[in-house]
Design a binder for this molecule. Structure first.
Ligand SMILES: Nc1ncnc2c1ncn2[C@@H]1O[C@H](COP(=O)(O)OP(=O)(O)OP(=O)(O)O)[C@@H](O)[C@H]1O
Ligand SMILES: Nc1nc2c(c(=O)[nH]1)N=C(CO)CN2
Length: 176
């Protein structure tokens, strides 16, 4: 069975665009995962632990034959490969990969919650998700992405387009 899943990527250390590009390439290279759409890259103010550098964030859509657990494992594996060291919660990271949505499934386990519980509160996720999301209402909530964006106190404040990364050829296109 093939399922469409959505992954959020974020980086705020080192060569952030390169980390995003490598992450997309590595995800696409894993058995049972194909990247089908990528959002533009956004430069975003840090949320949570604010005393850190700005992030680059993006969302990708993948087709996968993997189970949700296997998809999470693949994401964690790619994080490891890119040298992510877990230190401060919500703190700086070379790369963070969250599983936002997996088809229309709802899952609540100790190590995996789908949809990602914080996704509807984060403009740095919702704005790039809107770029790659096809269809109207989000599964589980049954409401479109814009509904959640409108509920955010500052909507898209602190989320600016950075450019696009061409993960297949390796050329980045920064607009700034
Ligand atoms: N939907 C999900 N996607 C990714 N990780 C998840 C998900 N649900 C639960 N987890 C768990 O969260 C852990 C990742 O924690 P991590 O340190 O990346 O959190 P964070 O990125 O700092 O915070 P946040 O989850 O709020 O983005 C993973 O090891 C995984 O077991
Ligand atoms: N702008 C931004 N802020 C964050 C991010 C992120 O990806 N982008 N990730 C966090 C931990 O998941 C905490 N804060």
């Amino acid at each position: 069975m093939t399922v469409t899943a959505y992954l959020a990527l974020g980086s705020n250390m080192g060569d952030q665009a390169e980390h995003l590009r490598q992450a997309v390439r590595k995800l696409h290279g894993r058995t049972g995962i194909r990247v089908i759409r990528t959002s533009p890259v956004y430069e975003t103010d840090p949320v949570g632990f604010v005393d850190q550098d700005a992030f680059l964030n993006m969302v990708i859509a993948v087709e996968t034959e993997l189970s949700p657990d296997e998809l999470l494992d693949a994401a964690l594996h790619v994080e490891q490969e890119l040298g992510r060291v877990r230190t401060i919660r919500w703190g700086p990271r070379t790369i963070d990969i969250d599983v936002l949505l997996y088809g229309d499934e709802k899952l609540e386990k100790e190590d995996l919650t789908i949809p990602h519980p914080a996704m509807t509160e984060r403009a740095f996720v919702l704005i790039p998700l809107r770029d790659v999301w096809v269809g109207g209402a989000l599964p589980v909530w049954g409401r479109p992405v814009d509904d959640f964006l409108r509920l955010l106190p500052q909507e898209d404040k602190g989320v600016q387009i950075w450019g696009t990364i061409d993960w297949e050829t390796g050329f980045d296109h920064s607009v700034s």
